[in-house]
Design a protein around this ligand. Structure first.
Ligand code: NAD
Length: 407
């Protein structure tokens, strides 16, 4: 129930040409700490199995799977590339790339392709401030812009806690962190912040109206050379670029929370994005220590959420339909895939209000049933997940972190 929608999501990303197999797997492995991604999973299962499943579905009238079937046939079945059993599938065997030590290492940047020196990060909230610190840590001058000095002072107050994590997780030195602090400046005046900016990274709230207003003002204030980038989680570049005076210099660059350790940067242009801008942003992402996740086309939810949401919905569905309890659902996923967490633990980390909003927005009998049960059994009782000390698990020390959970 969980594996099929998850694997299908990976297959769709590949056959629609959104991302390469290795990129899909890297995103999953880095984003969730799993030892394996969906495309490597297909190799282990054997490509004949998904081929037969999609064939059956097409025969039963699911015409949209014909493209998947055709691609599996020409790229794999006809060439006897059936996965692990024949020595080649999405990877080659033995020693497939995904098991090599450097598979998840951020590659070095080609700095000859990066003309960016001064970066402005707009929005100093959860993600914006992390992006600013990560960028300054890697040697760029960064101005943090926000609506007023009070908000900016709040952001400055997060520097020590944030950089303590750099010391703990990355062994960063005092000298590196002092240098990071000196590269950061703060401004609540947009025109002043954008003076001479090469790159503007927008991390303002996820509301179309706020983003529209911001991009219109930034367009009026920024020099012609400034590349525009949005960290939006749900709005596509083609939705935001029309609010700017430079759609060809507009691109989405999406970071994950705890950016210094979950270092994926999903890069998504739109039809009008200049390929040279795309290429420069890929190199910039590497230059700030990120693993660039290159999307070849627009895709709502990028790669990570496209894989994660089907898994979370199937986990929630098993719970809401009383098929299995949360710990059983997670144990199954963790044992079967070697993952550190199951879907129910991830839901606790996301917070129940976010889960509710996501699932409620998806039409369908099951999703509406999940939303209803989540509201009455969890949200109305203040069980909001890790943040409130209780969700599907109790915190601190949730059961899935105990040594005997998988015994
Ligand atoms: P947040 O609410 O923590 O911070 C938003 C900041 O933007 C606040 O400091 C606010 O004062 C400021 N702001 C509001 N209007 C502004 C304006 N007109 N100009 C400049 N600043 C303005 O939000 P967040 O969680 O950091 O999210 C920001 C963006 O990052 C959103 O697009 C979100 O989808 C995306 N994102 C968030 C996460 C996450 O885990 N929080 C992960 C990936 C992407």
């Amino acid at each position: 129930s969980m594996l099929t929608p998850f694997l299908n999501a990976g297959m769709q990303l590949w056959t629609k040409g959104i991302a390469d197999p290795q990129t899909i797997d890297k995103t999953w492995m880095l984003g969730t700490g799993s030892p394996i991604g969906p495309m490597a999973f297909y190799d282990i299962i054997g490509i004949t199995t998904p081929y037969n499943i999609y064939k059956l579905q097409v025969e039963h009238g699911k015409q949209e799977d014909q493209a998947v079937l055709d691609k599996l046939k020409t790229d794999f079945i006809d060439q006897n590339k059936l996965g692990l059993s024949t020595g080649e599938g999405f990877y080659t065997y033995p020693n497939p790339a995904y098991q090599k030590p450097d598979f998840l290492k951020a590659p070095p940047a080609d700095l000859s392709k990066v003309s960016i020196k001064k970066v402005v990060v707009a929005g100093s909230g959860v993600l914006g401030y992390q992006i600013a610190v990560q960028t300054a840590f890697h040697g760029f001058d960064v101005t943090v812009y926000d609506i007023n000095d009070e908000v900016l002072n709040k952001a400055k107050g997060k520097f020590t806690a944030l950089t303590d994590a750099y010391k703990h997780d990355l062994n960063a030195t005092w000298q590196q962190l002092d240098a990071t602090a000196t590269r950061l400046s703060y401004s609540s005046d947009l025109a002043d912040a954008l003076n001479d900016a090469d790159l503007l990274i927008e991390a303002v709230p996820e509301t179309l109206a706020i983003k529209q207003d911001f991009w219109e003002k930034a367009s009026a204030a920024a020099p012609a050379k400034t590349i525009f980038v949005s960290n939006s989680s749900t709005l596509l570049p083609s939705q935001l670029a029309p609010f700017t005076n430079r759609p060809e210099h507009f691109i989405n660059l999406h970071f994950a929370n705890h950016i210094h350790i979950r270092n994926t940067a999903e890069i998504m242009g739109h039809a009008a994005t200049d390929p040279a801008v795309y290429e420069q942003i890929v190199e910039f992402a590497k230059a700030i220590g990120m693993m660039p996740i290159e999307l070849h086309k627009e895709q709502s939810g990028y790669v990570l959420d496209s894989l994660l949401i089907p898994l979370l919905i199937s986990g929630m569905g098993l719970w809401a339909s009383d098929v299995a309890d949360p710990a059983t659902i997670d144990k199954t996923w963790m044992i079967a895939t070697g993952a550190l967490f199951g879907p129910m633990a991830i839901l606790d980390k996301n917070g129940m209000n976010t889960n509710y909003n996501v699932v409620k927005a998806i039409p369908g009998e099951l999703t509406q049933h999940i939303a209803e049960k989540m509201k009455t059994e969890l949200i109305d009782k203040g069980k909001l997940g890790e943040v409130s000390g209780e969700g599907f698990y109790t915190y601190p020390n949730p059961a899935y972190e105990q040594n005997d959970f998988l015994k």
